[in-house]
Design a binder for this molecule. Structure first.
Ligand SMILES: Nc1ncnc2c1ncn2[C@@H]1O[C@H](COP(=O)(O)OP(=O)(O)OP(=O)(O)O)[C@@H](O)[C@H]1O
Ligand SMILES: O=C(O)[C@H](O)COP(=O)(O)O
Length: 393
């Protein structure tokens, strides 16, 4: 995979796919990390006197023009981050856009309108790919977070532009991930949490042969506990996956991987922040209560499993951390990961939100900008947006 440093950019029209699908609340960007992480690539292209054309999706407008999902506020924020003008195109393809690109000076920046205002984007439709590709001499993917989507701006355009390369963010994401999963400093400890076993089974299977220890928390631990015959009350459980959980535990044992499951939980009478709560061992969860966080003994047990780790990979919270009474386990793990000298890699919106809530983002080795893309990498899947960069022209 080529990186942009290997290309001559001066005077060229450089189309950069970024993922500026950032969370917004009432017109305000609440987290601009995806934008900040793409800045080195954008700045480099400007310094090299490339004619910078930026494209991204925002939300899921399903092929219609939705003003609330315009890239305009993102462009305005980018002007502040780049400390320079960002011209906004009224669309991402069409005559007017072609004209704007033609008049774009070396070192200047043009941001295209939301790609998903056209349904052809998500369909990777050839004619739309051609139209986008016609805007560029060079294509750069710096959108790790959408590289699991075989969409026009991620795959089809890359195949149609003469020169293509990875941006710095995409390269860094892949490098860190490979360092953690392919060449880890051992012991390699994985922490997997979140709501459902079903959405993480592919991850569990793929990483089992690579890890030394695996910690399982969050609601998905309930299915594992129940598969061992432990009553988990009315906790979130996937009954259709009890056999799969049992099989997985047997595989882990055969592989010599230590599997860590909760030994106690924070149980609640209802799934609300003001419900009655109590700490109980996993054997004492009352019939009509639910487990909404790992308990204090489990925190100690899990943190001990991290003590001598060389590498830590984390995805998914340990409990319903959005509600304060059930955030303690996730916060404690976030702090322990941050305090560890191990190389720590985290990914997924919830894990990253938890790290920020714990105030330890600065002490994590690498926080991926990917949600679905990070999970697919953990599942061992080839991301189409990455694979296409290595194809022969
Ligand atoms: N014990 C629990 N009971 C109910 N919900 C839980 C429990 N533990 C975690 N959750 C919920 O699981 C959700 C996160 O899990 P989910 O599988 O949806 O995403 P994730 O893949 O873990 O997140 P991300 O990849 O974004 O970090 C959170 O909203 C959290 O509240
Ligand atoms: O936020 C994300 O995970 C990416 O921007 C991809 O968005 P999507 O799930 O709508 O394709």
């Amino acid at each position: 995979m080529k990186t942009i440093r290997e290309l001559t950019l001066q005077g060229k029209r450089v189309l950069v796919r970024v993922d500026f699908n950032v969370p917004m609340d009432g017109g305000e960007i609440t987290d601009d990390i995806r934008m900040r992480e793409a800045l080195p690539t954008l700045q480099y292209i400007r310094e090299q006197q490339g004619r910078l054309i930026i494209c991204s999706h925002r939300g899921r407008p399903k092929g219609k023009r939705v003003e609330d999902l315009s890239m305009a506020p993102i462009g305005a924020h980018l002007e502040r981050l780049l400390d320079g003008p960002v011209a906004m195109a009224p669309d991402c393809v069409g005559e007017e856009v072609v004209g704007l690109v033609e008049r774009l000076e070396p070192g200047a920046v043009l941001m295209l309108e939301n790609l998903r205002f056209h349904e052809q984007e998500t369909k990777n439709e050839p004619e739309f790919c051609e139209q986008l590709a016609a805007l560029a001499d060079v294509y750069v993917n710096d959108a790790f977070a959408v590289s699991h989507r075989a969409h026009a701006s991620v795959v089809g355009v890359a195949q149609r532009v003469a020169e293509r390369a990875a941006g710095f963010l995409l390269s860094r994401e892949i490098d860190y991930f490979q360092q953690a999963m392919e060449h880890p400093i051992r012991p390699l400890v994985a922490i997997i949490g979140g709501a459902k076993v079903s959405s993480k089974l592919g991850v569990l299977q793929n990483i089992l042969p690579r890890v030394d220890r695996m910690i399982i928390g969050g609601a998905m631990a309930n299915t594992f506990l129940k598969s061992r015959g432990i009553g988990v009350g009315v906790s979130l459980v996937e009954d259709d996956l009890l056999d799969a959980a049992r099989d997985f535990m047997a595989q882990a044992e055969a592989a010599g991987v230590n599997l860590y499951l909760p030994v106690d939980v924070v149980a609640a009478e209802r799934f609300t922040a003001d419900a009655a709560v109590k700490n109980v061992t996993c054997l004492d969860i009352p019939d009509n209560w639910l487990a909404l966080d790992i308990g204090p003994a489990t925190v100690t047990y899990f943190v001990e499993a991290l003590a001598d780790a060389g590498t830590i990979v984390w995805n998914g919270p340990m409990g319903a951390f959005e509600m304060d009474p059930f955030a303690r386990g996730t916060m404690a793990l976030a702090r322990a990961i941050a305090a560890s000298p191990a190389l720590s890699i985290t990914g997924g919106g919830d894990s990253n939100a938890a790290i920020k809530k714990a105030g330890v983002a600065g002490d994590i080795g690498y926080m991926s900008t990917g949600g679905g893309a990070f999970l697919e990498m953990m599942e061992g899947k080839q991301l189409p947006g990455v694979a296409v960069l290595s194809e022969d022209s």
